[in-house]
Ligand binder design. Sequence first.
Ligand code: COA
Ligand code: AMP
Length: 633
Amino acid sequence: MTGRHAEAHRRSLEDKDGFWLEAAKAVSWTTPPTKALDASRPPFYRWFPDGRLNVAFNCLDRHFEAGRGDQDALVYDSPMTGKVERFTYRQLTRRVAKVAGGLRSLGVEKGDRVLIYMPMIPEAVIAMLACARLGAIHGVVFGGFAAPELATRIDDAKPKAIVFGSCGLEPGRIVAYKPLVDQAIELAKHKPKHCVVFQRKEQRAEPVAGRDVDFADLEAKSAPVDPVDMASTDPLYILYTSGTTGIPKGVVRDGGGYATALLWSMKYVYDIKPGEVWWTASDVGWVVGHSYIVYAPLLLGATTVLYEGKPVGTPDAGAFWRVISEHKAVAMFTAPTAFRAIKRDDPDGLFMKKYDLSRFRTLFLAGERCDPNTLLWAEEKLKVPVVDHWWQTETGWPITANCQGLEPMKVKPGSSTKAVPGWDVQSLDGEGRQVKAGEVGVLAIKLPLPPGSLPTLWNNDAGFLKSYLQEFPGYYKTGDAGYLDEDGYVFVMTRTDDIINVAGHRLSTGGMEEVLSNHPDVAECAVIGVADELKGQLPLGLLVLKAGVSKPSETIVKEVVQMVRDSIGPVAAFKTAVVVKRLPKTRSGKILRGTMQKIADDQSWKMPATIDDPVVLQEIAEGLKTVGYAKGA
Ligand code: COA
Ligand code: AMP
């Protein structure tokens, strides 16, 4: 690598202390750090061990104090309700401080956990920042998850309180949250003392006496509180993400490292300046929402747009262009699937022509592999750089990107460009040796991970070691496979575990298999991720029934589809399953999921040498044909 990117990358790895202490100057510390990396307990690393700060202060008060009080901090745009609301830094600071006071009056203090189960409304952001102000650790749970998923998070995080909205709004339906919260608390062993309910007028929730407190009342009657001074290494939040089983992993994020990394990224990856309008179309329940709807733009003093709507259908494929032009956004960030949906509905990009997009500079895409067609279509129609960048819940900010504020580089469609400064990305073989340029291997990051990435899993150091650090000592295993080319461009190809990516949402097929196997008539099952033009991947179930089951297969399929919806949530998008006689296995009994997926997607495949009975694959192909897959088999 040559040039500014190469130089910054080299320095970030060779002089970690110098590089990150310099970056940390952008943060407002109560006690500035004198040291960047704490490497005293490898493979557990910490950043800015002696620094102290409050992240919410950095997101709010300090801009207010620096003269940005009357600038919009947050613009809420909701085609679902027809509302647009603006909150200046002054207003947002005041609301956050009062809600923090309200939480404190319920007994929430520094280090306590608060789960937030909210739709895309300003109060979700306010609740997150109120926790950060108090030093309480928030755990936001995506609204598309069902009650059992919420229950697992309650039992793991043991929150003192849950903040929830009375309902979410999906096109054509209202999602009542309270029944889900009630069921989750019923299922969980840990019983939170309080729930704070934000009542939306679209559908109110009947409060539970003695448990539920009204959000608006609590805010109105509480005195504002000052930001609580925190160690840089104190947890700011826990964000649960799919692992290889039904039990999600509680990714922990610290405060000081995260604030430093996000501020660095806004300048050098995204090239955004304080005062500019930035829009991330995701959900606060995902990492993209945490980092780039809430924390990064507010840390910077930019204006962030909170959008409660879809790329299409709310009301049409011009929704994104309306938001960009109406709020004068200079850049946006979303998942490729959103652009596939727009392209499907408006292939010629006619809606774009109706809006003034003259201020719009860059489109950032992440969350799933970006197919070159979508990238090239967006580039051609928008006539701005389209940046595909790769990251994960665990990393908190991009691992690879075409850093717009550093040195925009040549685009290679299919590649998320090069390792961002701070990240030492390598492709390894099974023995942990680096493979040659162009050869696919396991994508791993040499330790230490940079600031902002997970220091551990919540209350689970052993799980952190086992999931990420043990297989390749000295490296963090990303769970993705791919390669680096001769120029150091990274191509992320596929997951190496059972995680699939559905419309930019990360899901565990293992978790879905656990649900299917609970059906009384199912003897054995497998869930595979099959290719989908819109969502990238979709889950598909294969069911082997117990001997003597007389119930029609269609009924069983309907039942398992409902079970996944009730247990994991609508976001799993599990709609298709097929009953087969047997599952293909190796002689040692391992189910050949990869081969079934290739057959379903009509990709070339080889008969595995270890298969116990080759005839089974023919039967599987026949079964898949009945649900529209394996057309060429
Ligand atoms: N609360 C409750 N239900 C939700 C939900 C939420 N917050 N978000 C999604 N769902 C539901 C949807 O209503 C849908 O339900 P259905 O089965 O009754 O139709 C189901 O979960 C699947 O949702 P999704 O996969 O998002 O499909 P969709 O058909 O509603 O929309 C897209 C498709 C492409 C428009 C949509 O996925 C999208 O906008 N994606 C943008 C990508 C994104 O935000 N990624 C996040 C990471 S960056
Ligand atoms: P999540 O933790 O939900 O953000 O999902 C992270 C996973 O999404 C990664 O491990 C990848 O599998 C996938 N992913 C995210 N961004 C990209 C990208 N730009 N290219 C390819 N895969 C991506």
